[in-house]
Design a protein around this ligand. Structure first.
Ligand code: GTP
Ligand code: IMP
Ligand code: MG
Length: 340
């Protein structure tokens, strides 16, 4: 029985979608539970040449034997959810995807308020997905829960009971967070953050798991750093420099150009501390070292790339167990057998 939580270590977009797919396909957990804020996320999943952009469905959907659950802490936009049920129909997500009774529901009113507020849309640079206004209504105790919405009836379950029962029966549960440490309402760069904490303890609470049941916390970092929206970014470089280094990026949900910066070890250390990291997944190493593209053995990485990785591991003080060398599932180096 293993309970694993994966969370973003930077400002989101670290490649959670890819790494979650890897873990869920390789380890075959019985339950994959989505934690995090809500449909402000944009996870990318690529496998066998197919590409998907997801906002609510657990990114582990590729494992067609797993039950896919959305925890009570997560905001659900029923339109986004229904769209994804159709979009992913090839993977028979209907019949195995459920949300908790107490997921709070985003409506048009929330998305409109997010877009209409110049404080949110311009000063903070939100995704416009309605998450902030919905969490505000949730705190004011005026929002509807999933159990109040007849059209969602067939998708509703008691997530904490399912997850804890699975662990009691010796099954594996994988919890996927969204966003990243720097966007945490508690520990991030306030006020330039999302509308809730994004750390591992909150991810556990989101799906109804107590801290004593968690075995592994994977914190994911990109080999450089990206950030969308406003806010402090100490290691930021200019768009020209990013382009020269070949590491420019665009957002999955909003299409916005991502700000780019160099890896920040002090930030990563604090992120690992507050998340209680037991291991690190490091992505996009191929974008810094193109000769490493699609490499899937550690010894086949260039010396320069290995030095870079070992330097981060030494200074941050947490084992780097997964190294990602491309967006596809196959482009992965897995060192867990050696390092854990
Ligand atoms: P958020 O929930 O928004 O934080 O999403 P995310 O962490 O899933 O990341 P997102 O999909 O927004 O962005 C990561 C991008 O990098 C996607 O386009 C991925 O396909 C891609 N990607 C992930 N891992 C790698 C990698 O190792 N190498 C390369 N070249 N691309 C990668
Ligand atoms: P909100 O979560 O839409 O309220 O946006 C608040 C801040 O979090 C903005 O800077 C967004 O760009 C950022 N943000 C929210 N979700 C994500 C994500 O999934 N990836 C990257 N940034 C995000
Ligand atoms: Mg993203």
């Amino acid at each position: 029985m293993t309970c694993t939580i994966l969370v973003g270590g930077q400002w989101g977009d670290e490649g959670k979608g890819k790494c979650i797919t890897y873990f869920c396909t390789k380890d075959k957990p019985d339950i994959i539970a989505r934690a995090g804020v809500g449909p402000n996320a944009g996870h990318s999943v690529e496998c066998d040449g197919d590409k998907y952009a997801l906002r609510l469905t657990p990114s582990g959907f590729f494992n067609t034997d797993a039950r896919l659950l959305i925890g009570a802490g997560v905001l659900v936009n029923p339109e986004v959810f229904k769209h994804e049920m159709e979009y992913l129909s090839k993977y028979t997500v209907e019949g195995r995807t459920f949300m908790d009774n107490n997921c709070a529901i985003i409506t048009e009113k929330h998305t409109q308020a997010d877009k209409d507020s110049s404080y949110l849309s311009k000063k903070i640079g939100t995704t416009g997905s309605g998450c902030g206004p919905a969490n505000a209504d949730r705190i004011n105790r005026t929002i509807d829960y999933a159990k109040d919405i007849p059209e969602l009836e067939e998708y509703i379950t008691d997530v904490p009971t399912e997850v804890n029962k699975a662990l009691d029966e010796g099954k594996d549960v994988f919890v996927e967070g969204s966003q990243g440490f720097g966007l945490s309402l508690y520990y991030g760069t306030y006020p330039f953050v999302t509308s809730k904490d994004t750390c591992a303890s909150t991810a556990a609470a989101d799906v109804g798991i107590g801290p004593t049941r968690v075995d592994q916390v994977v914190v994911i970092f990109k080999a450089y750093v990206t950030r969308v929206g406003e806010g402090p970014f100490p290691t930021e470089i200019s768009p020209e420099e990013a382009e020269k280094m070949g590491i420019e990026e665009y957002g999955v949900v909003t299409g916005r150009k991502r700000r780019v910066g160099l890896f920040d070890k002090e930030f990563a250390k604090r992120s690992c501390m507050i998340n209680g990291a037991t291991q690190i997944a490091l992505t996009c190493i191929d974008r810094l070292y193109p000769e490493c593209e699609k490499v899937n053995k550690y010894e086949d990485l260039s010396q320069e790339a290995r030095d870079y990785i070992e330097d981060i591991e030494k200074d941050v003080g947490v084992p780097i167990t997964i190294i990602s060398t491309g967006p596809d599932l196959a482009d992965t180096i897995d060192l867990r057998d050696e390092k854990l």
